[in-house]
Design a protein around this ligand. Structure first.
Ligand SMILES: Nc1ncnc2c1ncn2[C@@H]1O[C@H](COP(=O)(O)OP(=O)(O)OP(=O)(O)O)[C@@H](O)[C@H]1O
Ligand SMILES: [Mg+2]
Length: 342
């Protein structure tokens, strides 16, 4: 299943996504972690050194190969150049999975194994943004690589993709914010923190996006009462100041089982909430929203940029779901097919 962490800058998105990833790894379930935030900090939060994190292969830098791979033999997509971030899969496209697909070229190029105390997760990063990226095509294309992968991903229960995102307007311009079974909105008990929540909630409501608020840096009854009043039933759990997190920030991470009990309970509640959200997944709606955002992007810039009618890339009869896994070629299947004697 797919889970996003969003929230105001500095609210604790990276901290809480990294704790959730560690919790999932400790629960022995497969995890792919994706850093799609402007500030690329997920690697260090998972214990990588700054140099190691900076050297991670970036999705943004591999966009042409990713497009070429995912396009596969889809006759509606004439070339990788006409593939934009919202181009949906169709018959002939290659799909991604979270498990059993580790050797495909997208993961081989961009998924980096990170060993945690309790297991190994795979980390993918969009790549660092710099000043000149912001607000221009380069920035969109970096996050766009994640959107493209999400739209070609067929994931199941008990396997997790966790994305550390920004709450910025970019995720609303594209369809990114509709791509998750559950979105955790991290909010500090401040006016700015809940303002971001309200903005997100309003978009989320229009598209049936499931949202749960994690109160962070909550100290005492007054903070809790403020969040309850502002967020109501969307408030799932709160997290206080964590000495474990502070020790990690100092470069001395204790073993994960030493995380404070109250925070471990919060992580378990988040895990249960995510599993419950998965049960409500609707592939049909998921595929329709892909088409909707693709049409929007095609009309507003894609058609003129590529010189093609991008809406024609949508196969109206296609629904992304698990039943496709046997029929759409993955790298492994293709190899076994081509290895077969004629
Ligand atoms: N519960 C917590 N206990 C202790 N420190 C925390 C906690 N939550 C966040 N922090 C600290 O607050 C700072 C900001 O957190 P973090 O980097 O996770 O926020 P962010 O939302 O990802 O920020 P950005 O928008 O810059 O990506 C970090 O130094 C982090 O260690
Ligand atoms: Mg962050």
């Amino acid at each position: 299943m797919k889970i996003a962490f969003v929230g105001k800058g500095g609210s604790g998105k990276t901290t809480l996504s990294s704790l959730f990833i560690r919790h999932l790894a400790a629960s022995q379930v497969p995890v792919v972690a994706v850093d799609a935030d402007i500030n690329q900090h997920l690697g260090p939060a998972l214990g990588l050194g700054e140099d190691e994190a900076a050297a991670l292969p970036a999705l943004g830098a591999h966009l042409p190969q990713i497009k070429e791979y995912l396009r596969g033999a889809n006759p509606r997509i004439a070339s990788a150049e006409t593939m934009i971030k919202t181009t949906p899969p169709g018959p002939g496209s290659r799909l991604l999975r979270l498990t059993g697909d580790e050797d495909n070229p997208v993961y081989a190029a961009c998924a980096h194994p990170v060993a945690l105390d309790a297991g190994t997760v795979r980390l993918m990063v969009t790549g660092p943004f710099n000043e000149s990226d912001l607000g221009v095509a380069c920035y969109h294309s970096k996050v766009g690589a994640v959107e493209l992968c999400l739209n070609h991903l067929v994931d199941g229960r008990d396997e997790y993709l966790v994305v550390d995102m920004t709450a910025g307007s970019d995720s609303f311009a594209s369809g990114m914010f509709t791509r998750f079974d559950l979105t955790f909105l991290v909010a500090e008990p401040t006016r700015k923190g809940v303002a971001v929540y309200r903005q997100y909630r309003d978009y989320a409501r229009d598209y049936g996006v499931e949202l749960a608020v994690i109160g962070n840096k909550v100290q005492g009854a007054d903070d809790l009462a403020f969040l309850r009043a502002e967020v109501g039933d969307d408030l799932l759990v709160t997290v206080g100041h964590s000495d474990w997190v502070r020790a990690m920030e100092k470069g001395r991470p204790p073993r994960f089982e030493q995380l404070e009990d109250v925070n471990r309970r919060a992580l378990r509640a988040m895990h249960e909430r995510a599993d419950a959200a998965y049960e409500r997944r609707d592939w049909q709606r998921y595929t329709q929203q892909m088409a909707l955002f693709h049409r929007k992007n095609a009309e507003s810039w894609g058609n003129s940029k590529t010189g093609a009618d991008l809406a024609a890339q949508i196969d109206p009869g296609f629904v992304l779901d698990e039943s496709l896994l046997g029929t759409v070629p993955t790298a492994a299947r293709e190899e076994s097919l081509s290895a077969r004697p004629a």
